[in-house]
Design a protein around this ligand. Structure first.
Ligand code: SF4
Length: 299
């Protein structure tokens, strides 16, 4: 299975705070934020990559709670002479006209994450902000997470998104919970039944299995990890110990970090041996990711 190339890409954890409380979220929601100096050094780390096309990906929590920091980073990167695309993940609540106006015309892509209650109850502000985003001309895609047994509802959501004029979607599955064989089959079937008007990004991005993602993320305190350490921390808290790649103040070089899926697997197993309940949970989620990856390769 081909692996995604992250050699010119870096994630940053801008904040652990979020206005929502999605049950499936693996991030520990708390008021801890990144400062400008750490983000600036994160950009320096990205600039060590020997590539022309770079990508900085802002995650949280809700990154737009720290919009001022994003603006500083976009401006700073613009002055650097390097070509950086900024991908901002957001739950949509704060993506208002003022922010869209500032972002338009800059090299920015939005990952609009339709999460939890906002999705099922069609949160009015979020839907209005999605419409404004569509009108802004900024590149974007919609991301959402399917829970075990949630395939029928997810199918209805995909149909609804297609009807709203959304063209690109990414569909994920809840990790940190066991998927029965029947639930796994239903999820894979959902991926096969994406409406014709929607481009399913899972088909192109080689992101599976996400449990073995070898992308690096800069934490709020300047430590650099494999991203699983932060994104599934609520379910696999020991990963912080085993997934550390270094610290920004050590003068890291992105190209020299040992980032392979085999290395992530080794570290996962060290934290959660397969003989343990958490180890079996990890293998269950990994199995679903592998099956989804094989399906997308054939699509
Ligand atoms: S999934 Fe996204 S929107 Fe939901 S609590 Fe987590 S960070 Fe917030």
């Amino acid at each position: 299975m081909g692996a995604r190339d992250y050699s010119g890409s870096l994630m940053v954890m801008l904040t652990y705070a979020c206005q929502m409380r999605c049950a499936y979220c693996g991030v520990r929601n708390r008021p801890v934020h990144m400062g400008w100096e750490t983000l600036r050094r994160g950009l320096d780390l990205l600039f060590t990559a020997p590539r022309q096309d770079l990508q900085l990906r802002y995650f949280g929590g809700e990154p737009l709670l720290r919009f001022g920091l994003i603006q500083k980073a976009v401006d700073h990167a613009g002055r650097s002479g390097r070509s950086v695309r900024h991908m901002i993940t957001t739950n949509g609540l704060l993506l208002d006209a003022k922010k869209l106006s500032w972002l338009s015309g800059r090299d920015v892509e939005i990952m609009f994450s339709l999460d939890g209650l906002a999705r099922t109850h069609r949160h009015r502000r979020i839907i209005a902000n999605l419409r404004a985003l569509q009108k802004s001309g900024l590149p974007y895609f919609v991301n959402f997470v399917v829970e075990p047994g949630g395939h029928e509802q997810a199918k209805a959501e995909l149909d609804w998104l297609a009807g709203q004029g959304v063209r690109r979607v990414q569909v994920g599955y809840q990790v940190g919970t066991l998927w029965s064989p029947a639930q796994q089959r239903a999820y894979l079937d959902l991926l096969r039944r994406v409406p014709a008007g929607l481009d399913l990004l899972n088909r192109h991005n080689q992101a599976e299995p996400v449990m073995l993602s070898d992308e690096a993320i800069v934490d709020t305190d300047g430590k650099v990890y494999f991203d699983a350490a932060l994104f599934v921390e609520r379910f696999f808290p020991r990963l912080r110990r085993t997934m550390l790649l270094g610290r920004l103040d050590e003068g890291l070089d992105l190209a020299r970090l040992e980032r392979t899926r085999a290395e992530v697997l080794r570290r996962f197993k060290r934290a959660y041996p397969p003989s343990t309940a958490k180890g079996r949970l990890f293998l269950n989620n990994l199995g679903l990711g592998l099956a989804a990856g094989r399906l997308m390769e054939r699509a």
